[in-house]
Design a protein around this ligand. Structure first.
Ligand code: AP5
Ligand code: MG
Length: 219
């Protein structure tokens, strides 16, 4: 299955994509994670992206389009993928459609996770991360021992763009530049939405129901 997981910052894309990737046996591709990895390794791309990411702005389309083209051409994407955080602009969505056509694939669904703004702010401000990729929330998904990763025992940290000013900017950027994609994919008949304000397992079940239905109808 070729899936786009769509939603505002903090809606739970990363949390759910990790679980869905495991259940459906397809790779989770997060452009935010790929960019943060470049940043950590101080690559040319990472250094270029840093200024945009820290203030919660979008990294330019040409960088993202090149990056996603490379990633989708990897052999592990042969049986499908879950895109998290891409596309975020109409030019990125147009480019995705060209890339998929070149690869002989097409999108099965764009799954949107809807969450009210006030809840998004609480989620982002309380998120804590680990270098191993695990993600927690100080109230909604806390680790067993405060500030320590359950999986690898390392100390947790806060993302630079989870500070208040950057959070507000990310929400505004989402409304201005990314939200138009809802109409874009609705017009293509690909959009399905779930209520993301429920608990993490409840949202997971709702997403699986939609995906199982799509899988069944393709048989
Ligand atoms: P990216 O990393 O994609 O950030 P984002 O879209 O802002 O989304 P987040 O990762 O913040 O939230 P999420 O939806 O994954 O939520 P999560 O599961 O973590 O992008 C970062 C930056 O990179 C961008 O600002 C931009 O600069 C750049 N970038 C990336 N892609 C780009 C692109 N295509 N074009 C241009 N620039 C790009 O959950 C959040 C918190 O809530 C966690 O603590 C979690 O535990 C908790 N939580 C999750 N679900 C629930 C629930 N149901 N109930 C309670 N708590 C929950
Ligand atoms: Mg994420």
């Amino acid at each position: 299955m070729q899936i786009v997981l769509f939603g505002p910052p903090g809606s739970g894309k990363g949390t759910q994509a990790k679980r869905l990737a495991e259940r459906y046996g397809i790779p989770h591709i997060s452009t935010g994670d790929i960019l943060r990895e470049h940043l950590k390794r101080k690559t040319k791309l990472g250094l270029e992206a840093r200024a945009y990411m820290d203030r919660g702005a979008l990294v330019p389309d040409d960088i993202l389009i090149g990056l996603i083209k490379d990633r989708l051409s990897q052999p592990d994407c042969a049986s499908g993928f879950i895109l998290d955080g891409y596309p975020r602009t109409v030019p990125q969505a147009d480019a995705l459609s060209v890339i998929l056509t070149e690869l002989g694939k097409k999108l099965d669904v764009v799954l949107t996770i809807n969450v009210p703004d006030a809840e998004l702010i609480k989620r982002l401000a309380g998120r804590r991360m680990c270098g191993c990729g695990a993600s927690y929330h100080i109230l909604f998904n806390p680790p067993e021992h405060e500030g320590i990763c359950d999986r690898c025992g390392r100390p947790l940290y806060q993302r630079d763009d989870d500070k208040e000013e950057a959070i507000m900017n990310r929400l505004e950027v989402y409304k201005q530049q990314t939200q138009p994609l809802i109409e874009y994919y609705t017009n293509k008949g690909l959009m399905r939405a779930v209520d993301g304000a429920a608990s993490i397992p409840e949202v997971f079940d709702a997403l699986c129901r939609v995906l199982d239905e799509i899988q069944k109808s393709a048989l």
